[in-house]
Design a protein around this ligand. Structure first.
Ligand SMILES: [Zn+2]
Ligand SMILES: [Zn+2]
Length: 301
C-alpha cells in the first residue's frame, strides 16, 4: 500500500482558522495562514488537503506510472508538531488521490472561500478522512533520526529502517479512532491539548497490562508496593483495601517520549498518588531522585 507522511501546522479542527489557531504551521499564503487550515473541511462529500512540499510531489514513489499527474489509492498520514514540542499523527486520509502539482478546488465551499483556500494537493472522500481529537494525539513520529521523518514536509518512508514505524502506523490507523479517554487524568485537561508527548506519557503509564507486569515484578522482588519517592505503602495504611494498589509513573523525560515507542518495565516507577500528582505539577518533570531530594529538603526540585 502506498503511504506518504505530510507534515502540517498544528490545529484543533482544520476546518478554517476561525475559532481555531495554527501552531508551527505554514506561513506560505498571502494571509500568513497555512493552506492546511481547511484540510478537514467537508466540501461536497470530499476533503481537500494541502501540504507544502519542497518542489513537486513525487507521485511515482506512490505507485503512479512515470509522468502521471497523480497517484490513486494512497494512505496519507497527516502529522504536526505543536509549540509544546514533538510531532504526532493528527489524522489521515485513506484511498486518497495525491497530485504532483497544485490543483484548483473545483467548487470551493463557503469555509474555503472565507479562508482564501482555492487550491489543494490531495483529495479524498469524506468517509476516508479521520481527524484525531487533540487530546488523543499520542502517536509520536520521531524526526531527524534514522528511520524517522526528516526536515521535509513530505516523507515517503521508503527506507528499510522506517519499515517498523510504517507497520505500527498502519496498525494504528486500522484500529480506527481511539475513543478511550485517559482515565484519572492528573493534569489539568487543557494541558493535554497541544501536547502529544504528555498524552503519550500518560497513555503509556496507564497501559493496564504494563502496569500489571510492573506491579507483579516489584511484588515478586520486594514483597510490597512502596512509593519509590516517599515510601508510602497503600497496604500498610489501608490494609486489605490497599492491597496491590499503587500508581505507576513513566520515567522518561517528556521531551524524549518520541525517541522510542516501546515502554519497558525499567521505564516505570512505582509511586503513590500524591507523589505522582506533584511530580506532574512540576513544570520540568523531575527524576525520582531529584524529587526525593526535594521532599527531603523542601527546596525547589
Ligand atoms: Zn509517594
Ligand atoms: Zn506520570
Amino acid at each position: 500500500m502506498a503511504i506518504v507522511f505530510c507534515n502540517i501546522g498544528w490545529m484543533r479542527n482544520y476546518d478554517g482558522i476561525q475559532g481555531d489557531s495554527i501552531q508551527r504551521g505554514g506561513s506560505y499564503n498571502k494571509d500568513s495562514v497555512g493552506h492546511e487550515v481547511c484540510n478537514f473541511t467537508v466540501c461536497r462529500g470530499k476533503v481537500y488537503g494541502y501540504v507544502q512540499p519542497t518542489g513537486r510531489i513525487s507521485v511515482e514513489r506512490l505507485g503512479a506510472s512515470k509522468g502521471a499527474d497523480k497517484a490513486d489509492g494512497v494512505t496519507v498520514i497527516w502529522t504536526a508538531g505543536p509549540n509544546a514540542g514533538g510531532t504526532a499523527i493528527v489524522g489521515w486520509y485513506t484511498n486518497a488521490t495525491v497530485f504532483r502539482d497544485l490543483q484548483e478546488i473545483p467548487s470551493p465551499c463557503k469555509k474555503h472561500r472565507s479562508n482564501n483556500i482555492t487550491e489543494y494537493r490531495i483529495v479524498a472522500p469524506i468517509e476516508n478522512a479521520h481527524l484525531i481529537p487533540e487530546q488523543e494525539r499520542d502517536f509520536l513520529i520521531p524526526r531527524r533520526v534514522k528511520g524517522g521523518i526528516g526536515q521535509s514536509n513530505v516523507w515517503y518512508a521508503e527506507k528499510p529502517e522506517s519499515a517498523g514505524l510504517v507497520d505500527d502506523v498502519i496498525k494504528y490507523i486500522q484500529s480506527g479512532a481511539r475513543t478511550s479517554k485517559l482515565p484519572d487524568v492528573d493534569t489539568e485537561a487543557t494541558a493535554n491539548e497541544g501536547n502529544p508527548r504528555l498524552v503519550a506519557h500518560l497513555r503509556r503509564e496507564r497501559n493496564p497490562s504494563l502496569v500489571e507486569k510492573k506491579k507483579k515484578s516489584v511484588l515478586a522482588a520486594e514483597g510490597k508496593l512502596c512509593c519509590e519517592a516517599c515510601g508510602f505503602d497503600f497496604e500498610a495504611t489501608y490494609g486489605q483495601h490497599g492491597h496491590g494498589f499503587c500508581e505507576v509513573h513513566h520515567l522518561k523525560p517528556i521531551s524524549q517520549m518520541d525517541k522510542d515507542r516501546v515502554t519497558t518495565l525499567a521505564d516505570l516507577a512505582v509511586v503513590c498518588s500524591n507523589c505522582h500528582r506533584i511530580i506532574h505539577r512540576i513544570d520540568l518533570m523531575p527524576t525520582i531522585d531529584q524529587f526525593k531530594k526535594f521532599i527531603a529538603n523542601k527546596t525547589d526540585a
